[in-house]
Design a protein around this ligand. Structure first.
Ligand code: ADP
Ligand code: ADP
Length: 228
């Protein structure tokens, strides 16, 4: 069983630039892994292929038993419900409370307000923000704002969570805290894929690491290799 499989995936943008070249890897249910590489290595492109902001030029991306090439039209939105996304700049609504921001994906899905409130409370507790439910994002620290972004991405219980440079705006201590929070999420069965250019920070987390260099997957480091 795999949650995600890249099978010889290449992506060439219309500019002619090949951002990914023949990339293959599998992600198991409940697995946590990082993808790292310098700026321009293809990390964002890889994530975009997963949430269907971009399409591969060659090869296939499989999500469970679905070939994402065949997911088109209205089914794109349904697919995106199964993939939680965390952005570097978290993209919170400034004029809505923390609880409203986190509950928004469930509201859009038509869940009842009582059910939404219950799930929002539970998920805010998981990211240690239970006490800030009624605050506005602007009243929170940068690290807290990123935790709200994570809560919003997991509230719909996605099978896979992807994050693009989620610590890009944080200092080293906060970055390590946020990555540790990501690393705790697979305990609930969600697989987690985090892109970060900070190889040293990533290695300290002792999780699997995919290394991209100029669009090629040049290493797939297992946690055991990072143990010593
Ligand atoms: P990373 O996230 O590792 O910084 P990206 O996936 O953003 O890498 O980019 C990989 C390469 O593809 C870079 O050279 C970038 O300039 C190029 N690229 C990214 N998006 C586009 C695009 N929409 N059109 C053309 N080239 C792009
Ligand atoms: P990141 O490193 O986080 O991907 P970038 O600044 O490289 O951010 O890219 C920002 C946006 O511009 C992305 O949506 C990316 O796809 C697009 N982009 C990046 N490089 C190019 C490029 N050479 N031509 C067109 N679009 C690009």
């Amino acid at each position: 069983m795999t949650v995600l499989r890249f099978d010889n995936v290449s992506k060439r943008y219309s500019s002619g630039h090949e951002a990914l070249s023949e990339v293959s890897f599998d992600v198991a249910p409940g697995e946590m892994l990082f993808v790292t590489g310098h700026s321009g290595a293809g990390k964002s492109t890889l994530l975009k292929l997963i949430h269907l902001s971009e399409r591969p030029s060659r090869g296939a991306v499989l999500f469970g038993d679905k070939n994402l090439l065949k997911v088109r039209g209205r089914r794109v939105a349904l697919h995106r419900r199964e993939v939680g996304v965390v952005y570097q700049d978290h993209r919170l609504l400034a004029d809505r409370s923390v609880a409203d921001n986190v509950g928004l994906p469930l509201l859009l899905r038509g869940l009842r307000r009582g059910d939404i409130a219950k799930r929002v409370r539970a998920v805010l507790d998981r990211v240690s923000l239970g006490a800030r439910a009624n605050a506005l994002p602007g009243q929170l620290s940068a690290g807290e704002q990123q935790r709200v972004g994570i809560a919003r991405a997991i509230v719909g219980e996605p099978r896979l969570l992807v994050a693009d440079e989620p610590t890009g705006n944080l200092d080293p201590t906060l970055s390590a805290e946020i990555l540790a929070l990501f690393a705790s999420l697979p305990e609930r069965g969600t697989s987690v894929l985090v892109a970060s250019h900070d190889l040293a920070l990533v290695k300290r987390m002792r999780k699997r690491v995919l290394v991209l260099n100029q669009g090629r997957l040049v290493d797939d480091i297992s946690p055991e290799d990072l143990a010593e």
